[in-house]
Write a protein that binds this ligand. Structure first.
Ligand code: F6P
Length: 549
C-alpha cells in the first residue's frame, strides 16, 4: 500500500464513503432546512453553492484532515516561496509571481525575480499602447489592424479563451486571430483574411521548439515575404514570446521584439506572463491587468483562508472524494454563459496535463486513481447532447455549473431562461425522479402493469448526482482571473494529495519524437524503418494518396 492509502485519514474516508453511498441528497435536504445556507462559500467575487454534493459534516471534516495529513499548507507555502517543487525538472513553480501586486521579493536561485516580471509587464503595456495608437507601423507605414497569434497548448488556450470570454471588453482598433493546429487549413484560412501591410504576428512558444508553432510561423513568414515584405521588414511584423531567446533570435526575430518568460512558469500556467500579450492586444492592457488582479486576489485567498473556508481547497478535496471514493472517472464543466464556452478546454489542459500521472514524487506507481478526465461545454447546449448520460448514466460525474447574474446587453427573457435551465439541471441531478413517481405518472395511459413497470424503470432518474454551482455578478477580467486561479489551485491541491509532480509533462515527449520519425517516413527521408506494421501501412497509404501526380 502507498503512503497515501495507508493513512488513517484515508481509511476514515473509505468507511464514511461506504456509509454515505446508501444516503440520498434529497433526504438530506428534506431533513436539514439549513443545508443550502450552511454549504456556501464566497471569495473574490465568486459565490459557490456546494450543498448539492454527496458530503456531510463528517465527510468534509475527514477530507480536511486528509489535507492536513498531506501537509497541504506546507507545500502550498513552498510553491509561493519559490522552492523547487517541480521535482523532476528542478524548477520553482511561480506563475503566482507573475500576478503578484505585493511588494515582497520572490527569490529564484538567489535573485529577486519581481523586477524582471514588472519590466516585462511594462513592455507589454508599452507595446500594446504603440499598436493601439497606430504608432507601431508596418513596412508600408500603415498601422496594425490584424494580429495573428500563433501558439499551441498553454501558448494558445489561455490567450484565446480569455479573449473569447471577455469579448465584450475587446478594443475596436485591432482584431486578434488565433492559430494553433499544424493543419494548414487553419493558418491559410487566417492569412487569407488579412493584409500583411497591416498585420502583426505574435509567435508564442515557451520552448521555441514546438513543431506546429514553428511551422505556422514559417508559413506566415513565407506569406509575408511573398506579399512584398522583405527580410528587413520582418522586425515590424513579427514579435515572439519565449523563454528561449537564443532560438527566437536565430529564427529571425529581433531581440527587442522578444518578450521573455521563464522556466519557472509552466506552459499551462503561463497566460499571466507575456504569453498573455495577445490578450492585452485584444482587450487593452488595463483589462489584461484586471485578469492578473483577480488571480492575485484568489492567491491571497488561497494562502490565507482557513482550509475549511478555502475555495480551491474545498473543490480539490471534493474532487478527491469523488475520484477516489466514488470511482468518478471524469469531471464536467458547464459554463452557462456563451462567452465562457472555452473554459472546459482550458481547464482540460490545466488539470489533465498536471495530474494525468501514474507515479508519485518518489517515482513509485500509484495504487489509487489520479487526475480525472475533464470535459464539458456551454449550457444550455449540453442539455441537448450529453446531459442524458450525466442524469441516467451508470457512474458519478461531478459537475461544475457556473452562471453570471448579469450579462452585457442583457435580454431579461433569455437570461431568465438561461438561469432557470442551469438551476433546474442541478436540482434534477440532485433529486432525480423515483420509480414510484414515474409509475404513478403512467397511470391511465392504457398500459398493462408489466409494461407500466418496464417503462417506469426506463424513466426513473436516480438523482444523487453531485454538482457545484458558481454565481458571479458578471464576467469581468478580475472575476475571470479569480476563476482561473481557483482552478489552478484546485489542481495543485489534488496534486499534493495524490503526491504527484503536477508541473512536468513527460507524457507528451514520446508522441512528438515518434511523430518526427513518421514525418521523415512520409517525406521519404527515414533513416531506418522501425515502424510497426500498422504504422507502416498507414504511411504507405498516405504516401500513395499524396504521391506527386
Ligand atoms: O507538448 C505539451 C506542451 O509542452 C504544453 O505543456 C505547452 O503548453 C505546449 O506544448 C506548447 O509548448 P511551447 O509553449 O513550448 O510551444
Amino acid at each position: 500500500m502507498s503512503a497515501l492509502t495507508s493513512l488513517p485519514e484515508w481509511q476514515t474516508l473509505t468507511n464514511l464513503a461506504s456509509a454515505i453511498k446508501n444516503a440520498h441528497m434529497r433526504d438530506w435536504f428534506a431533513s436539514d432546512a439549513n443545508r443550502a445556507e450552511s454549504m456556501q462559500l464566497e471569495a473574490c467575487g465568486l459565490f459557490l453553492d456546494y450543498s448539492k454534493n454527496r458530503v456531510n459534516e463528517d465527510a468534509l471534516s475527514a477530507l480536511f484532515d486528509l489535507a492536513r495529513a498531506c501537509k497541504l499548507e506546507d507545500v502550498r507555502d513552498a510553491m509561493f516561496n519559490g522552492e523547487q517543487i517541480n521535482s523532476t525538472e528542478g524548477r520553482a513553480v511561480l506563475h503566482t509571481a507573475l500576478r503578484s501586486f505585493s511588494d515582497r521579493q520572490i527569490m529564484v536561485d538567489g535573485k529577486d525575480v519581481m523586477p524582471e516580471v514588472r519590466a516585462t509587464l511594462s513592455k507589454i503595456e508599452a507595446f500594446t499602447a504603440s499598436v493601439h495608437s497606430g504608432e507601431h507601423k508596418g513596412y508600408t507605414g500603415k498601422p496594425v489592424k490584424d494580429i495573428v497569434a500563433i501558439g499551441i497548448g498553454g501558448s494558445f488556450l489561455g490567450p484565446k479563451i480569455m479573449t473569447e470570454a471577455l469579448k465584450p471588453h475587446t478594443v475596436d482598433s485591432v482584431k486578434v486571430h488565433f492559430v494553433a493546429n499544424v493543419d494548414g487549413c487553419h493558418i491559410h484560412d487566417v492569412l487569407s483574411k488579412v493584409d500583411f501591410e497591416e498585420t502583426l504576428v505574435v509567435m508564442s512558444s515557451k520552448s521555441f521548439s514546438t513543431q506546429e508553432t514553428l511551422q505556422n510561423t514559417l508559413t506566415a513568414k513565407d506569406w509575408f515575404l511573398k506579399s512584398g515584405g522583405t527580410q528587413e521588414d520582418i522586425a515590424k511584423h513579427f514579435v515572439a514570446v519565449s523563454s528561449n531567446v537564443k532560438a527566437a533570435t536565430e529564427f529571425g526575430i529581433s531581440e527587442d521584439n522578444i518578450f521573455p518568460m521563464w522556466d519557472w512558469v509552466g506552459g499551462r500556467y503561463s497566460l499571466w506572463s507575456a504569453i498573455g500579450l495577445p490578450i492585452s492586444l485584444a482587450l487593452g492592457f488595463e483589462n489584461f491587468k484586471g485578469l492578473l488582479e483577480g488571480a492575485f486576489d484568489m492567491d491571497t485567498h488561497f494562502t490565507s483562508a482557513p482550509l475549511e473556508q478555502n475555495m480551491p481547497v474545498l473543490l480539490g478535496l471534493l474532487g478527491v472524494w469523488y475520484r477516489n471514493f466514488f470511482d468518478a472517472q471524469s469531471h464536467v464543466l458547464l459554463p452557462y454563459y456563451h462567452y465562457l464556452r472555452g473554459l472546459p478546454a482550458y481547464v482540460q489542459q490545466l488539470d489533465m496535463e498536471s495530474n494525468g500521472k501514474q507515479v508519485t514524487q518518489e517515482g513509485e506507481d500509484v495504487d489509487y486513481p489520479t487526475g480525472p478526465i475533464i470535459w464539458g461545454s456551454e449550457g444550455t447546449n449540453g442539455q441537448h447532447s450529453f446531459h442524458q448520460l450525466i442524469h441516467q448514466g451508470s457512474g458519478v460525474i461531478p459537475a461544475d455549473f457556473m452562471l453570471p447574474l448579469h450579462v452585457p446587453n442583457q435580454d431579461e427573457t433569455h437570461h431568465a431562461m438561461l438561469a432557470s435551465n442551469c438551476f433546474g439541471q442541478t436540482q434534477a441531478l440532485m433529486q432525480g425522479k423515483t420509480f414510484d413517481e414515474c409509475y404513478a405518472d403512467l397511470d391511465g395511459k392504457g398500459l398493462n402493469d408489466a409494461e407500466r413497470k418496464r417503462l417506469a424503470a426506463h424513466k426513473t432518474m436516480p438523482g444523487n448526482k453531485p454538482s457545484n454551482t458558481f454565481l458571479f455578478e458578471s464576467l469581468t477580467p478580475k472575476t475571470l482571473g479569480a476563476l482561473v486561479a481557483m482552478y489552478e489551485h484546485k489542481v495543485f491541491v489534488q496534486g499534493v494529495i495524490w503526491n504527484l509532480n503536477s508541473f512536468d509533462q513527460w507524457g507528451v515527449e514520446l508522441g512528438k519524437e515518434l511523430g518526427n520519425q513518421v514525418l521523415a517516413g512520409i517525406q521519404g527521408e527515414a533513416k531506418e524503418d522501425n515502424f510497426d506494421a500498422s504504422t507502416q501501412q498507414l504511411i504507405a497509404r498516405f504516401r500513395a494518396a499524396n504521391a506527386p501526380k
